[in-house]
Design a protein around this ligand. Structure first.
Ligand code: ZN
Length: 174
């Protein structure tokens, strides 16, 4: 755990070195995920392998994690396991995104740098439900829901993902 996973790393060095890293990152250390957590407990573990596909830096990310989110119906904690894996392309800006092989998700690495933490967090946010809910029967079996006023809060708002804008940009070009 001595490794600083929040340190930005050069994606070209990682890709050319075909660097493979095994990480363990505390769930509490993901700044964008944190506001959605009912409890900031546990760790995300996994491996990220860098390389290139058609010249573009890519990362194969495998994550195993469990995030305690808040059910948006009954507001009780809801354990959301994540077993996720996939390849993402790393680009510095929208211009570079044009070179990304079709079908790859694109993650922004400003100045060609990204931290393992930010990369893993992006994947976690993608894998977790946008509106976490128990099964209906499970919600009903829980203690009475709080007053309706308490159900309106930042946690209920749709998540803002910076890449939605880039995706829109790309759609317009094709
Ligand atoms: Zn519920």
């Amino acid at each position: 755990m001595s490794e600083d996973w929040s340190k930005p790393r050069d994606i070209d060095l990682l890709a050319d070195g075909r660097v493979s890293l095994e990480f363990t990152i505390a769930i509490a250390d993901f700044p964008r995920l944190r506001p959605q957590l009912a409890r900031a407990e546990g760790c995300a573990t996994g491996r990220v392998r860098f390389g290139r596909e058609r010249g573009v830096p890519v990362a194969d990310v495998e994550i195993s994690a469990r995030a305690e989110l808040t059910c948006q119906r009954c507001l009780a904690p809801l354990a959301c396991p994540v077993e996720s894996g996939g390849r993402v392309a790393l680009v510095a800006d929208a211009g570079e995104a044009d070179r990304v092989p079709e079908g790859l998700e694109t993650i922004l690495a400003p100045d060609h740098r990204i931290s393992v933490r930010d990369l893993v967090e992006e994947e976690l946010l993608l894998a977790l439900p946008i509106v976490p809910l128990h099964g209906a029967a499970e919600c009903a079996a829980r203690a009475p829901a709080p007053e309706p006023a308490a159900t309106v809060g930042p946690a209920a708002e749709p998540r803002h993902r910076p890449f939605e804008r880039l995706d829109e940009l790309l759609k317009r070009r094709h």
